[in-house]
Structure formats: C-alpha cells, structure tokens
Design a protein around this ligand. Sequence first.
Ligand SMILES: [Zn+2]
Length: 517
Amino acid sequence: MTRYSINGTEFASNSPLFQAALEGAYKNRIRPICLCVEPGLPMYIAHLEKNFVVKRMPDTGASHGPGCESYEAPPGLSGRGEVDGQAIENNDQGTTNLKLAFSLRHNNPAEKENESTQKTTAKTSGTRLTLRGLLHYLWDESRLSHWSPEMQGKRSWFAVRSALMEAVESKETKSASLKEILYIPEVFDKAKRNDIVSRRLHMLSPIMGPGKSGKKLMLVVGEMDSISAATFGFALRLKHMPDFPLVMDADLKKSFEKVFLGTQNLWDYIPDSHQVVIATFVIDDKGIPAVEEMCVMCTTPEWLPVDNEIEHQLIEALVEQQRSFQKQLRYNLPPDKPIATAVLTDCENAPLALYIDIDDLVGRWASTVAINEVVKSNSIQTWMWVPRDGVQPDLPPKKGMPSQPRQRARPADEEQAEQTTLGDSAGVSEPTVVGAAQPGGSDDVLSDWGEPAVPAAFQPKRGGNVSVMPDPSPRLAEVTPIRPSLPDVSLIPFKPGFGLTGPVAPVAPSETIEPQP
Ligand SMILES: [Zn+2]
C-alpha cells in the first residue's frame, strides 16, 4: 500500500482518513508527497466528481518505486516512448493535450485522401495518435494494462468503464475535451433502459440535429459483440449497447476482415478473451449512427491486451502465478518494432522487462537483431524468452519468495554448451547463470530454502552498482544465433494456419481502416 505525507502527517492510501486529508490539502494547495522512494516525490491532487485522487506529476512514473501505485515502466520499453512529448503533451496545469492522427470531421473523399497522406507521415513520426495509439493510451492511463493478484475477479465492464471514464478526465484534443467526444457504453440494465438511453442521447447531442448531423464525429470504445448482415449493410453491435447498433458499409466490413483477421483469430482462439473496439462514428440526419474508422484490440479475460498467442501464454502464466506486472503496449508502432511484453514489478530486482523473441517462429514480428538492439539500450534488467529454443526460462520469484522452476526439460549437454555462451541474450536458462554465478554470498542463503539458486540476473543489485542484464559489454552485441534445429512444435499449441505448419496469416497492418472513397 502506497504511503503519502501530507503536511508532515503520514497516510496509507487506503486509510479512512485519507479522503478528508486530500480534500484539505486540495483546498490549501498542499502537495502530497509519495513516500515510495527517499526523500519522496511530490504529487498533485485531482478533484473528480465524487472524490479526490492523488496523481503523479507528469513524466515522473518511472521515478517511483516499482511497488508504488504511481510507478510506470519507462516509456522507451513500449510504443509510449515514440508518442510521449509529441502526440501526448502534458502541460503544467495538469491537463494533457492529445494530437490525433484521425479526423473527427466527416470529410469529402478529396479531403480524406489528403488526410491519409498526412496520416502515413504521422504514423512514422509519432507526432499524432492513431486510433490504436489512443486506445492503448487510454488503457495505460486507466491502469487497465497493469495487473496485480488482488484484481482477480474484479474486472467487470463496470470496473473497466469506470477506470476509462476517470482516465479521460483532463484530456484535451484540438477540437474538444476527450470527455465530450468519447462515448463508453454503460452497463446495460433492462430495468434502467430509459435512463441509459436518455443519458446516451444527451452525450451524443453535439453531433445530432439540424446543422450538425453528418458533419462531426464522435468516438466510441466498447466490447465487440458481433458484426452481422443488416438491411442497411452490416451492423456492428457492442456489448452493453444492444439497442444501438452502428452501421458498417460493405467496403468497411471488407477492409475490417482483411486488416484484423489476425486479431479476430486470436479472439476466437483465446477462451473468454475480449475484443475491444474503438471507432469514430457519425450520426446522419435520420439519427442512424455509422462507423467511419475503427480498430480492434484483443485482450485476455483480465482485459490485458495481447498481440499474439505466445504473448498470451506469458501473460496467462503471470496471472496464474499471481504476479504483479505492467503489460507494455504498442501504441502507433507496427508489429515489426520490438517492445517489451511486460514489466514485472514484484521481484527482488524489479522493474524487470520481459521480452519474447518470436521472429523466426512466426515470421512477422520484430527480428532478433532489432530486439537485441533495443534490449541493449534498456536502462533496466531484462528477461528473454526465445520460444524457438523450446524452453521458457523460469521467471524470477516474487520478492521474499523462493524460486519455483516450471520446466526442467533440457538435456544436460545442451545446458553445458550454453554455459560457455553466457551473455547470449536468448532466454537466460537457470543452469547457464548458476554455472557462471559466483559461489557463496546470497546463493547460500537461497539454497537454504531447498530450492535451486535464483539466476544471477534476477538477484538484487549489489554494492550500489547499477547492473544491467544483459551486460552491455561488446560480446553481448552479438546477435543470438539461430539454432538449426526445428522448434519443438508440441510446446506451442498453434493450430495450422497460425504460422507454424500452415500458411502464415496475413500481416494485419497496424492501422485503422476506413471505407474506400
Ligand atoms: Zn510513489
């Protein structure tokens, strides 16, 4: 539990006295101090509709302790680094200006073409958020990309929506505040239907009515229910919005199937997964809402976004093992740009960036070379899983817990061979590091627990030196050799067509889709 100092008095964030203390501090313009690190970090207080919330100062997330509620992994580990400070600008008044790469005006085809060109430019420079970039930003800001064991069983659509609604506060776009233009469906309740419809009409009124219809667009974020044929083209239905289907024309539907085939397959494949939709839509003069552009994101049952099945396996394992971590998101970045999958925040040497190198297994994600480049520039320690090698390295144990190795399948001679290549940034298997670890010291303490020693890379930093894994010495610059042996297919439960034995699914371009002009 995070502790704060307000005017010299210490409070735990779950203390019943904390709200009153925040209210007093808000009125007297006193900054609470987060005590997660010495000598503490100043915070600010936001006054939301019902309560007061402590928020970290802009760009200080990575300065907080990894166990702190305000900790945020360094932006360079995800797609956030590319857009921070450009597409996402925090100002001194506590508001954030967002620059969007998509239009909130219904344009004629000529304008649209011009805009597409600009969008391509924006995509590469990170100066504007694509629809997916915005959705990932909202997921990070609402901490839906974060996970800790106490969240188990508590993430309903009500909780997801509430978190998103809070995240939308104080976010501005060029044309309006995000709060005014983003609709997130309420939990549908038949008994409260009339109230829900009235609130929705009120929310959508700025884009309806004489002189407005068919011109301005709004955004919607919700969970995909279905896309089905309708008399007017296709109907996109979102969960909790059964009475308000959005029209998709035939071209948009066709592009959607092409662009998001991979995401759709993943959604079908992962049990209880969710497919989150973000779309811009217009309401015509007959009151019919029609989708203009859209993007979808597949999440685990816990609403943690995943890009592919291997990433899902790791996230599922982390949730099962009751770990605390922050899922890293791509924002505008295409699939071939390397990002960390997650950052573990509960181990002895947290934060620890978790990477997966699946390039040669699936053939459309970041290359081994690119991943090694990005790992080298990391300022925090790194864990790497190379699925083509067949074995997932053990995860470092939780702080204060003994190591619990999951797999011990490697032949001894292979392990021996690897001990000579320490520094190869492929998955650091435990025997490799134990072989190279110095005798005595904390290894003895760990062996008292009757468990194998924790890999050196996962042990706490010693002597105040910043130790970075992998070691940035020249030998680490070597590219991980691609082993000639075939991957152990049995470890990867892909069905044919997912890239192992069958044809590789078409690459889903990272961007949003819109109707053909
Ligand atoms: Zn803190």
